[in-house]
Design a binder for this molecule. Structure first.
Ligand code: NAP
Length: 247
C-alpha cells in the first residue's frame, strides 16, 4: 500500500466502474467513501474489500441527483473520514435503447438529471470544500463521461450521449475556473466496459467492435481513474482520457 493520500469520495461506488475505482484507490493509499443509491449490500462488500487493502472506508447512501442529499453526503464523509481530497463523479444511468423521435420528457429529465445535473451538483460541492478560494487545501475531481459523448449512440441512447457531452464541457470549463485554486478537474471516457449498465446481449453484440476486439474490464478504467486522482497526473487538468480499446 502507498502512504496515505487522504480521503476520496466515489459516487456510484457500489457496483461496476465505481466499485473497481474504490478498490484501486484503496490500494493506492486513499481512504474511501463509497456512495450508493439502492444497493447497500453491494456497497458494504466494496467497503470490506477496501478495508482489506488497508484503507478506512465507509458506505454512504445518497441520491446524487438531489441537491440536499449531495450536501448531506459531503457532510457525512467529512465528519466520518475527514477533509475530502478527491471526488470521482461516477454515478450514471442509461435509458432503454430507442430513437430520438421516441423519447418523452420524463425519460430526458431522468437521464440528464442523473448524469448531468448530478455531476454539476457533486462538482460544485467538491469545489466548495477543496478550493483554496473557499478555505480548502486543493484536490482533484474526476468526471466519468463516456465515448458515447463523441460517438453519439445513434439508435440506442442519443440522450445519454448528450448528457455525457455536457459532462465533458463541465470538465473543460470547471478546470479553467478553479485551476488557480488548487483544484484539478479531469475526465475519463470509458468505451464498452463489462458492467450491469448494459442491456442483456449488448456486450455480446458490440464487445468485439473496438480495435482491441474485446470489451474492457472495470479494473482497466479504475487504473486510469486512480492515476488521474493522484499526484502522478500533476501537470494534467481540463482534459478527458479515452479508455475504450481504440473505439
Ligand atoms: P453500473 O454498473 O450500472 O453502476 C452504476 C452505479 O451508479 C451504481 O453503484 C449505482 O448505485 C450508482 N447510481 C446510479 N444512480 C445513482 C444516483 N442517482 N445516486 C447515487 N448513485 C447512483 O454502471 P457502470 O457501468 O459502472 O457506470 C459507471 C459510470 O461509467 C456511469 O457514469 C456510466 O455512464 C459510465 N460509463 C460506463 C460504461 C460501460 O460500458 N459500463 C461506458 C461509458 C461510461 P446503486 O446500485 O446502489 O443504485
Amino acid at each position: 500500500m502507498t502512504e496515505g493520500r487522504g480521503v476520496v469520495l466515489v459516487t456510484g461506488g457500489s457496483r461496476g466502474i465505481g466499485a473497481a475505482a474504490s478498490l484501486a484507490l484503496a490500494t493506492d493509499g486513499w481512504d474511501v467513501a463509497v456512495n450508493y443509491r439502492t444497493q447497500a449490500d453491494e456497497a458494504a462488500r466494496v467497503v470490506k474489500a477496501c478495508e482489506e487493502r488497508g484503507a478506512r472506508a465507509i458506505a454512504v447512501q445518497a441520491d446524487v441527483a438531489e441537491a440536499e442529499q449531495v450536501e448531506r453526503l459531503f457532510e457525512t464523509v467529512a465528519a466520518e473520514l475527514g477533509p475530502i481530497g478527491a471526488v470521482i463523479n461516477n454515478a450514471g444511468v442509461v435509458s432503454p435503447a430507442g430513437r430520438v423521435a421516441e423519447y418523452d420528457a420524463e425519460r430526458l429529465d431522468r437521464v440528464f438529471r442523473i448524469n448531468t445535473v448530478s455531476a454539476f451538483l457533486v462538482a460544485g460541492a467538491a469545489v466548495r470544500r477543496m478550493s483554496t478560494a473557499y478555505g480548502g487545501d486543493g484536490g482533484v475531481i474526476v468526471n466519468i463521461s463516456s465515448r458515447a459523448a463523441v460517438l453519439g449512440s445513434a439508435g440506442e441512447y442519443v440522450d445519454y450521449a448528450a448528457s455525457k457531452a455536457a459532462v465533458d464541457a463541465l470538465t473543460t470549463g470547471l478546470a479553467n475556473e478553479v485551476a488557480k485554486e488548487g483544484v484539478r478537474v479531469l475526465g475519463v471516457r470509458p468505451g464498452l466496459i463489462q458492467t450491469d449498465i448494459h442491456e442483456p446481449g449488448r456486450l455480446d453484440r458490440l464487445g468485439a467492435t473496438p480495435p482491441l476486439a474485446r470489451p474492457g474490464k472495470p479494473e482497466e478504467v479504475a487504473e486510469v481513474i486512480a492515476f488521474l486522482a493522484s499526484d502522478r497526473s500533476s501537470y494534467m487538468t481540463g482534459t478527458t482520457v479515452d479508455v475504450s480499446g481504440g473505439r
